[in-house]
Design a binder for this molecule. Structure first.
Ligand code: PSU
Ligand code: MN
Length: 302
């Protein structure tokens, strides 16, 4: 097989034990070193502590890996030549022997190909502000519209146009539910200011929706489980609004476009909130990973 699936992950999948896919762009390009490696290891430990097997996904020397060992994880965290790969980049990286961290779209594709059903991340990509001028929209929503996977996230990144992204997910037919909330979470913020139509209150309830998706058939779309960061752990909303406004202007001023936009904005937020956005980001992804492990257990019936 073209995918290199680690022994741990392969054995768990064969025995129908719970597995949680983890993306690597957040490690390589979303969080600053040296905290990124600590967080990446911590997320894997959090999955294991809940009886599931973590499958961090990345492309190394042209080979897509599902489940990384210690040195491979370290390489993703510390090697500055590791690129950012969306799903469209996968064949290009494979054929050229490149190494890259996978975004939500690339991770979801590789996870689904290897038989993993549950995936955790921080915030999804989506429609950027000023979309009418730039047409900048992440590949994440469109890929999730045709990939059967459950993504646990803290909503979509707050640097985006959140209502436009929710609208796009509706148009594309991607199922969205709040986890123990009827408010769509705002990534660094507990509440994005927008409602969500459906709420699910337990891992078992999520697994029931996944089973209903499969029994219904139809397009192989995803299920987004949007879990808010606790209010005590969120970024101060006033600070968030001020810093984001300045960061968007700076992005414009420097003419940053394409794949560089999201990492640039996240980095600006870390710098200008004294690391508070980093704490909120880590709190969000950690909570999501823990919930994903419980959903994976409910899904496999462990
Ligand atoms: N969530 C985070 N940090 C990140 C990302 C998500 O907490 O760095 C990454 C994901 O990999 C997501 C990507 O797929 O940002 C979106 O980038 P773009 O807007 O270029 O599609
Ligand atoms: Mn983009």
């Amino acid at each position: 097989m073209v995918l290199v699936v680690s022994k741990d992950v392969r054995e768990a999948l064969e025995a129908r034990r719970p597995v949680v896919a983890l993306e690597s762009t957040i490690i390589a390009h979303g969080l600053p070193a040296p905290r990124n490696l600590r967080v990446a290891r911590g997320l894997e430990d959090d999955v294991r502590a809940r009886g599931a097997v973590p499958a961090t996904i990345a492309v190394l020397d042209g080979r897509p890996h599902v489940g990384l060992d210690g040195p491979q994880l370290e390489r993703v965290a510390n090697d500055p030549t590791v690129r950012k790969l969306g799903h469209r980049d996968l064949p290009l990286a494979m054929a050229s022997g490149a190494s890259g961290a996978t975004t939500v779209s690339a991770t979801a594709l590789l996870a689904a190909r290897s038989g993993i059903r549950v995936f955790a991340t921080g915030g999804l990509g989506g429609v950027h502000r000023q979309w009418t001028a730039t047409q900048d929209e992440s590949a994440d929503p469109a890929l999730l519209a045709r990939t059967r996977i459950t993504v646990v996230c803290a909503g979509v990144k707050s640097i985006l146009d959140v209502p436009a992204t929710l609208q796009r997910l509706e148009t594309l037919g991607v199922a969205v539910a709040g986890y123990r909330t009827s408010r769509f979470p705002g990534f660094y913020l507990t509440d994005s200011g927008h409602p969500v139509d459906w709420r699910l209150d337990s891992p078992g309830a999520v697994a029931n929706v996944m089973r209903a998706q499969d029994s219904l058939g139809g397009p192989d779309s995803a299920l987004i489980v949007a879990r808010p960061v606790a209010e005590a752990e969120q970024l101060d909303p006033g600070l968030h609004a001020r810093v984001l406004d300045a960061a968007l202007k700076e992005c414009d001023r420097r003419g940053i476009t394409g794949q560089a936009v999201t990492p640039f904005l996240l980095d600006q937020l870390v710098r200008h909130t004294d690391g508070a956005s980093l704490d909120a980001n880590v709190a969000a992804v950690t909570g999501n990973v823990r919930l994903a492990a419980r959903i994976a257990a409910a899904w496999t019936g462990v």
